[in-house]
Design a protein around this ligand. Structure first.
Ligand code: SAM
Length: 362
């Protein structure tokens, strides 16, 4: 038996649902103001009472926060690293809201962006910008405030501070100065993508963003291609085609991958297939949104040697991007562990002798 209650855009509705069945929230499209509760019979949970308070924008479940806060007493001084949503504003914990509300100051990457989140939850704590360009300049000021006993919160634009975002440096400084550093766990794109990927989660390597510098990028990808753990990358959408080309060359077309795009947002997409299939599907398409890419770990002992066609294609791509023939040969040789001499003759056969003009790309 299945029961469904749909609540739409109620300013502030409290629903108490007592049922003989277990309850769970089910909907890939789970937005503020539209909540679907379905219930399913299970023998394990004979009777469950669910009290849910749903709020529209800018209405915080204040009583819950206040109650929680009074139970737990005042916060201890220190640096709080608070996880914030990676899309859906509902993905924030009650503890995160309480800490944000009680802090003396919130350090934020982009005060306008964070202002929207804080406004949504009716939080009026002062904001101070803290990003990669003023990080070192702000550090001493923040340390002084922390030493004076203030409660300082650091948030990033999305997800967990310090994970491909500012935060790690400040945490290190606080640790060195014996100032408490307190994590308030919350969303993190790498963890969300991995948990839903269907790939092995026992061991994984979080690579994050790859270098803009071609040879360093290839070196990192080569190391990743040889690892048996699931490899996880943050990829800006405009670099997605380049990522597919380079990774398929080094990991091999048959390696399974998952693209997690716009997680927790309206257009959330999980695409699963091989790197070869991903190239057919997405190469040279201008995809939009935030992307996390996962590639399965190496299962056999040897990384696939790229075929002659793949090598030619890679050389052609690099030449068309403005690299000279010799640079293209060098880059492909580094990444694919193929002898330079072999590649050079292949390149000459395919593209002929090229004028050695200035190399105008990285
Ligand atoms: N600190 C954040 C965290 O905890 O995940 C990561 C910040 S990093 C600057 C931003 C990158 O995270 C994006 O370029 C994308 O690769 C990934 N990301 C963030 N939000 C995402 C989402 N909703 N769906 C997929 N990937 C996301």
């Amino acid at each position: 038996m299945k029961m469904m209650v749909v609540v739409r855009r109620l300013p502030s509705t409290t629903i108490t649902l007592t049922s003989a069945f277990s309850c769970r929230f089910t909907s890939p499209k789970f937005f503020p103001g539209q909540i679907i509760i379905s219930s399913k019979s299970t023998p394990c949970y004979p009777r469950i009472s669910l009290l849910a308070t749903f709020c529209s924008a800018s209405q915080v479940p204040d009583p819950i926060i206040e109650q929680d806060s009074s139970k737990r007493g005042p916060l201890k001084r220190g640096l709080y690293l608070v996880g914030t949503p990676i899309g859906n504003l509902e993905d924030i914990t009650l503890r995160a809201l309480r800490v944000l509300k009680s802090a003396d100051v919130i350090l934020s990457e982009d005060t306008r962006h964070s202002g929207k989140l804080l406004h949504h939850y009716n939080i009026r704590t002062p904001l101070l910008s803290y990003h990669k360009f003023n990080e070192s300049q702000r550090e001493q000021q923040v340390l002084r405030r922390l030493k004076e006993g203030e409660i300082v919160v650091l948030i990033s634009d999305a997800g967990t501070p310090g994970i491909s975002d500012p935060g790690a440096e400040l945490a290190k400084l606080c640790v060195d100065e014996n100032i408490p550093v307190i994590p308030i766990p919350g969303p993190c794109a790498v963890v969300a993508a991995l948990s839903a990927s269907g790939l092995d989660t026992d061991e994984f390597t979080f690579v994050g963003f790859l270098s803009k510098h071609g040879p360093s990028r290839r070196e990192r990808l080569t190391a990743s291609a040889n690892e048996a753990r699931t490899q996880i990358f943050y990829v800006p959408p405009h670099k997605f085609s380049q990522f597919l080309e380079e990774s398929s060359l080094l990991f091999g077309d048959s390696r399974r991958c998952v693209m997690a795009r716009e997680m927790t947002k309206i257009h959330e997409e999980f695409w699963r297939g091989t790197l070869g299939e991903a190239k057919v599907r997405f190469l040279n398409q201008q995809l939009k949104g935030e992307m996390t890419l996962l590639i399965e770990g190496r299962t056999n002992c040897l990384v696939e040697t790229p075929s002659e066609d793949q090598l030619e294609h890679e050389l052609g791509e690099l030449i068309s991007r403005g690299h000279t023939l010799s640079t293209a040969v060098k880059l492909v040789a580094e990444g694919a562990s193929v002898k330079r001499k072999t590649l050079y003759s292949l390149a000459l056969k395919k593209f002929g002798k090229q004028p050695e003009a200035d190399d105008n790309s990285n």
